[in-house]
Design a protein around this ligand. Sequence first.
Ligand code: KG4
Length: 337
Amino acid sequence: MLILAIETSCDETAVAIMRNGREIVSNELFSQADKHAMYGGVVPEIASRNHAAVIGHLTELALKNAKLSKNDIDAVAVTCAPGLIGALLVGVNFAKGLALSLDIPLIPVHHIRGHIAANYIAYPELEPPFLSIIVSGGNSLIADVRGYTDIRIVGRSRDDAAGECFDKAARVLGLGYPGGPALDKLSQGGDDGLFNLPRPVIEGSPYDMSFSGLKTAIVNIVHNASQKGEELDTSSLAASFARTVSDILVPRVMAAAKELGHTKIAIAGGVAANSRIRADFLKAAEDENQTLFIPPLSLCGDNAAMIGAQGYYEFMAGVRADMTLDARATMDVDMVF
Ligand code: KG4
């Protein structure tokens, strides 16, 4: 089965063609990051306008690189939530038009479910049940993946997402947008114990997380140093910061996996690209006899292949949308369209 998948939830326009959910036939991506860099973050209207400008061309490119015609496509899958509403609407409306004109099924896909499904592409042997941690620019949550479409939230950030925290920390350090990769680079060789940063615990909710205090702590450290004219060891600050995020994420995931009886852990989302977090998860998994799945960097960030992968399993579960399909800025991963 060939699914054409569309992703426009934030600042990446992406179109992919997937065969039977696991095989990438083509995977095209247009990143607008440079268009938002001068503003220090994503400007929603600029994102929507750029999606509208490139989505048609990107679809033609995906078909061309797959050596397919649009009549070969069996279904259209599209990210409907969560994300920037104007950005999502571009993809949803384009997908509706495509499905209507080709008279093929339209499959709504939750963006976070897509991130989890990136693991199905990277690891053909991976099947639910497993525990997943999704750490992206807009979301941080731990999910119990009982089945391909049966996903329950175990823990989540009560405030900012881990990626947002990386981006804000990078911004205050003058590293530009998106800051995660630059902060990762800066942290190499730094002393990760030089700065003691907050690792909040939420009473009664052992798997919930909080990143806003960490964000404020970094901003205060940088501002205090600049007000006093002190030189800051930014490499050690970046290393201490990455270690702190990792210290918040890794023990929670390991404890949740143990409690729920999982032996497989799949990591997902852009922050999963972080070298410290990857290394700490690898070590913890080895220590606790867990099999760890981490997608390659190319599948960690937003892409349409992951939407096509999840779209396939949604289709198999009977999920379909009609022409009334709408986009939603927020929606829990355990809700159905
Ligand atoms: O999954 P993603 O591409 O988009 C969302 O769905 O949000 O994640 C983007 C986030 C950004 O906050 C970016 O700074 C972060 O992932 N990120 C990283 C790294 N690479 C990307 N954070 C830390 N270390 C990295 N190497």
